[in-house]
Design a protein around this ligand. Structure first.
Ligand code: HMG
Length: 389
């Protein structure tokens, strides 16, 4: 049976900071940010958009009368969840008006959470082909002002429905995984910003990529030339390029050129958003689907997921008849183009307005937030959300 990604939607809030502005403010050469890191803009997340609100804003775009009642599994992959006990998926189920008979929970393993959700959802739909799963990866990537990680911040959510006979991509039955106890990036319970050993994290990412892609190709009797494109978890877009360059010498010049072209298509959106942790890999998939001019139905895409700590996974997907969607692409471009450009000091103010862990009860002013779902604050230690519709 064909099981895979039927629909995909993305949300990022209405603000960004330009990477040239940030480079000037930090006395860095703009080319370090634009070329060395591979980022042109960075999403700035207002305090009225947390993981749950962004997840709901992404998911609402892909729900319709046809799939809504079929969703009986709701998985939120996140590493910036909003409660140490209750899952964001339960809030999501309620905000989206999904069935009370759906199983709803959250998964955490750094940026790998959404992939874990997809693999689980794929197995679920294989057993229950008349049902569907909603998998969302949503996060706010924060390192703090004037840290080395600052240029790799961002945030947003990617939502996908996993179904039998999918419109977009059939997922491979097999995948290759590799995990190890690595301190490359982590966030202790008392912190809202991640701690990171940046250069070490780059090395581990590359090692896990090479291990898992080689293992996948070998155990599935495939060649690199069988893949028309590769998509990567993109904490910053140069990271994917570093991964790709590790394996390019294994193919001839023409294939190298075509894989590099597809990679460019896969990083168009992430360049403008930055890291969104769990959703980043699927934002690069969405970018590939929307921006590649050469891909066709039946093409095989290699998919590399990486979550610090660390877990890597490589699997593949086969493009299906509905993988191109001009309306989805137009909406995506509109969302990115209509954002407000913040000055660096406005960005810093917004970053510092992020609620502290011990903030207690508070009410947020949501009148400037045009998104359908907003986070409105905390009352009696309970998070308050609002749907405008
Ligand atoms: P840094 O030390 O500020 O930067 O940290 P750098 O000195 O290494 O320079 C970066 C690149 O810019 C280098 O290229 C320079 O040569 C180049 P590379 O050697 O890497 O190819 N460069 C220039 N290029 C053109 N013109 C110039 C110029 N100057 C320099 N003028 C670092 C960079 C990414 C380490 C830092 O931003 C950081 O710590 N970021 C956060 C960690 C991260 O994103 N790690 C990625 C792998 S781990 C991962 O993906 C998981 C994660 O998403 C979390 C999760 O799983 O939950 C992070």
């Amino acid at each position: 049976m064909n099981v895979g990604i039927d629909k995909i939607g993305f949300f990022t809030p209405n603000y960004y900071v330009d990477m040239v502005d940030l480079a000037h403010a930090r006395n860095d050469d703009p080319n370090k940010y634009l070329i060395g890191i591979g980022q042109t803009e960075q999403a700035v997340i207002p305090n009225t958009q947390d993981t749950v609100a962004m997840a709901a804003n992404a998911a609402v775009q892909i729900l319709d009368d046809d799939n809504r009642d079929k969703i009986s599994l709701i998985i939120l992959g996140t590493e910036t969840g909003i409660d140490n006990s209750k899952s964001g998926a339960i809030y999501l189920q309620n905000l989206l008006g999904l069935s009370r008979h759906a199983r709803a929970f959250e998964i955490k393993q750094a940026c790998y959470g959404a992939t874990a959700g997809i693999q689980m959802a794929k197995d679920f739909v294989n057993l229950h082909p008349d049902q569907q799963a909603l998998v969302v990866g949503a996060d706010v990537a924060r390192y703090g002002v004037e840290t080395p990680g600052e240029v790799t911040q961002g945030g947003g959510a990617v939502a996908m429905t996993i179904a039998a006979n999918p419109e977009i991509m059939k997922l491979s039955k097999n995948s290759s995984v590799y995990s190890d106890d690595i301190m490359d990036f982590w966030r202790p319970m008392d912190r809202t910003e991640a701690l990171v050993d940046g250069h070490y994290s780059n090395d581990i990412y590359q090692q896990f990529f090479v291990k898992t892609i080689h293992d996948y190709l070998e155990t599935n009797d495939m060649q690199l030339t069988d893949l028309q494109a590769l998509v990567f978890h993109l904490p910053y877009t140069k990271m994917g390029l570093k991964g790709l360059r590790e394996i390019l010498p294994e193919v001839d010049e023409a294939k190298q050129k075509s894989l590099l072209n597809e990679f460019e298509a896969s990083r168009v959106y992430s360049k403008r958003v930055g890291n969104l942790y769990t959703g980043s890999l699927y934002l690069s998939l969405l970018s590939l689907l929307d921006n590649s001019t050469d891909l066709k139905v039946g093409d095989q895409i290699g998919i590399f997921s990486y979550g610090s700590g660390a877990q890597g996974e490589f699997y593949t997907g086969e493009l299906q008849a509905g993988f191109k969607n001009p309306i989805r692409k137009a909406n995506m471009e509109k969302m990115l183009d209509s954002r407000t450009r913040l000055s660096v000091s406005e960005y810093e103010t917004m970053l510092n307005q992020w609620p502290k862990l011990d903030a207690g009860d508070y009410t947020l002013d949501v009148k400037n937030d045009k998104a359908e779902f907003t986070f409105n604050g905390v009352s009696e230690s309970k998070r308050q959300y609002q749907s405008k519709n």
